[in-house]
Design a protein around this ligand. Structure first.
Ligand code: ADP
Ligand code: MG
Length: 266
């Protein structure tokens, strides 16, 4: 595979949208895999108690595994939980286990509760990675806030369906609050249209609305609905290795390439 340019400094990209099922995890895993397959060193931080990103990367995340919970709640070093993703060289994961569900509550009484992930990233030599991708749970709770405080960039996946834009206002308001009080450098760098069904007029309309509203940050590449994409996680793989020639894999590779080459922005 041809190598893509690598950033001068590590790009920490948070993937968030409080709506469930819009393609956060799928996009995190497949973009991370694409970047790693083109020569970048990539870390996926799984911040969802469901641990779907860990599963999709083929990484163990049963209750005994040292996980992002231990980092956020028990002050464990990030270095002590990071493991390689078995299928792809240069790709690593900070796994999530189910006890992370409790962290949403446990964080409330912690000092600097919004900045615990940022602190862990700062204490770790993240410059050994070119990209850190943080996969968020489907809520705007403290876990997602930690991801917004820890990141430089926000990638919002938007599913091309009728209610797509509902709730985005709330997400943007949260981003603005985080920017004003906790993390000045945060910016919405990338919007990715997911699960696009080219046969429906509605999908085209939603895509057009999103482009009108968000302009340049919307990637040109649109991710089509593809069965292969949804099958891959059950084999502990990204679609990039499960079926590299599928429409989903090709689209995620295009999207990742756009991001590596300066995205729609910069
Ligand atoms: P989120 O992390 O936002 O909750 P997921 O990435 O888990 O969303 O995606 C939700 C569901 O949709 C999953 O079952 C996933 O496999 C499926 N899915 C995601 N993207 C696609 C796609 N492009 N084509 C088909 N299925 C998809
Ligand atoms: Mg998810």
């Amino acid at each position: 595979e041809r190598e893509w340019p690598r950033p001068d400094r590590c790009r920490v990209i948070t993937i968030a949208n409080q709506k469930g099922g819009v393609g956060k995890t799928t996009s995190s895993v497949n973009i991370a895999a694409s970047l790693a397959m083109h020569g970048a060193q990539v870390l996926v931080v799984d911040l969802d108690p469901q641990g779907n990103a860990s599963t999709a990367l083929g990484v163990e995340h049963h209750a005994e595994v040292p996980s992002i919970y231990d980092v956020l709640i028990e002050d464990m070093a990030l270095a002590d939980i990071i493991v390689p993703a078995p299928e792809i060289p240069n790709l690593f994961c900070a796994p999530a286990t189910l006890n992370l569900a409790g962290a949403e509550i446990e964080l409330v009484s912690k000092v600097a509760r919004e900045s615990r992930l940022q602190r862990a990233l700062d204490a770790y030599d993240i410059e050994k990675f070119d990209y850190v991708l943080i996969d968020c749970p489907p809520s705007l709770g403290l876990l997602t806030v930690n991801a917004l405080v820890g990141g430089d960039e926000l990638l919002i996946p938007i599913q091309c369906e009728y209610y797509a834009l509902e709730g985005l206002g709330q997400l943007i308001r949260t981003v603005d609050l985080v920017k004003a009080h906790l993390n000045q450098k945060l910016r919405v760098s990338t919007i990715l249209l997911t699960m696009y069904d080219a046969r429906t007029r509605l999908a085209a309309q939603v895509a057009e609305d999103v482009r009108t509203h968000f302009g340049d940050v919307v990637l040109n590449t649109v991710i089509p609905r593809s069965v292969r994409v949804s099958e891959a996680p059950s084999y502990g793989q990204s679609v990039m290795t499960y079926d590299p020639g599928s429409s989903g894999a090709l689209a995620y590779s295009e999207a990742a390439s756009e991001m590596a080459h300066g995205g729609a922005v910069q």
